[in-house]
Design a protein around this ligand. Structure first.
Ligand code: ADE
Ligand code: ZN
Length: 340
């Protein structure tokens, strides 16, 4: 496994069925079924909203700090198996505070999990607070204010949930406030929404990374701007396949075109418990489709590290690990990892 950074994973989307069942029982919560296979069979979607409906229903089992800590620790343990050395992890606080779970419980439990994961697996985790776009701009700003007492526990803000009908410009105030606090800014755009959503994320929100962004391909000027500004795009192939936002055959996925056109693309897992697997599964599926070989996988891993919010020293250390891995498997050193 190439050492790399995971930049697009929703912690609530890592809730695997066994943990879902255990937490439901521990917290006395009724699920639609307690049959593991039936729960798994709910993971058949034809669009983003189908998935989100199941995702919000399942995350209701998360109630206590211990629950959030266990979820995080389970994710970090699994991520290390995919070569992940740095993880910038999304969380959706509004999906919890709206159910009466205090912000302190959410952030406290997740932070505790990150600290334990660092100790146990040597993985460097960080949190990115996402606003739920279907709840609107005023709620986003209020959520940020509610989280600011825990400012040191997260590195940035993001934007997720139902895309079409909720354009990035609705969230200008929240993102402006986040920037004033020195928080990093990312946004989902161009997943189901068109290139205009990506333009708004860049030019209205000041997004430093675009999550998904696959519909950027429909706008040559936007592709040129992403390339010229070197804005990283975090691409999630198994998610796109599961939500039918890209062709089922990964040989026809936009990733290779984005890569060939010089965009800073990297591969990520989005909601691995729902879409068929973690970073390693995404890479294996791309390999099976003939889209990726050792050399391209190395470039994608190095792109992920370059696109992370690590400082110079942190990136330098991971690039050194990437060079060592290239040597060990006899692959070329990825271009972004060449300089020491
Ligand atoms: N929340 C969790 N996963 C998401 C996705 N793929 N798109 C938008 N919001 C999400
Ligand atoms: Zn996502």
């Amino acid at each position: 496994m190439w050492p790399t950074a995971e930049l697009h994973v929703h912690i609530e989307g890592t809730l695997e069925v066994p943990l879902l069942l255990r937490l439901a029982e521990r917290n006395g919560i009724d699920l639609p079924t307690t049959d593991a296979d039936r729960l798994r069979s709910r993971c058949s979607f034809s669009r983003l909203q189908d998935f989100l409906d199941v995702y919000y229903e399942h995350l209701d089992v998360l109630r206590t700090e211990q629950d959030f800590c266990e979820l995080m620790l389970a994710y970090l343990a699994r991520a290390t198996e995919s070569g992940v050395r740095r993880a910038e992890i999304f969380f959706d606080p509004q999906s919890h505070t709206a159910r009466g779970v205090p912000m302190a419980v959410v952030i406290g439990g997740l932070s505790d999990g990150i600290a334990r994961g660092r100790e146990a697996y040597g993985i460097d985790g960080a949190l990115i607070l996402c606003f739920l776009r279907h709840l609107g701009g005023a709620a986003a700003l209020a959520t940020l204010e509610e989280a600011l007492p825990y400012r040191d526990a997260f590195i940035g803000v993001g934007l997720d949930s139902s895309e079409v009908g909720f354009p990035p410009s609705l969230f200008a105030d929240a993102f402006q406030r986040a920037a004033a606090e020195g928080l990093r800014r990312v946004a989902h755009a161009g997943e189901e929404g068109g290139p205009d959503y990506v333009w708004e994320a860049l030019d209205v929100l000041g997004a430093e990374r675009i999550d998904h962004g696959i519909r950027a391909l429909e706008d040559a000027e936007l592709m040129a701007a992403l390339r010229r500004r070197a804005v990283p795009v975090t691409v999630c192939p198994l998610s796109n396949r599961a939500l039918r936002t890209a062709p089922h055959d990964l040989a026809e996925h936009p990733l290779p075109v984005m890569f060939d056109e010089g965009l800073v693309v990297s591969v990520h897992s989005d909601d691995p418990a729902y879409f068929g697997g973690y970073l390693d599964a995404n890479m294996a599926a791309l390999r099976d489709a003939g889209v990726v070989d050792d050399a391209v996988e190395g470039e994608l891993a190095a792109n992920a590290v370059a696109s992370s919010f690590l400082g110079t020293e942190g990136k330098r250390a991971l690039f050194a690990e990437i060079r060592a891995h290239a040597e060990a498997i006899g692959a070329p050193v990825p271009s972004r990892a060449v300089a020491g």
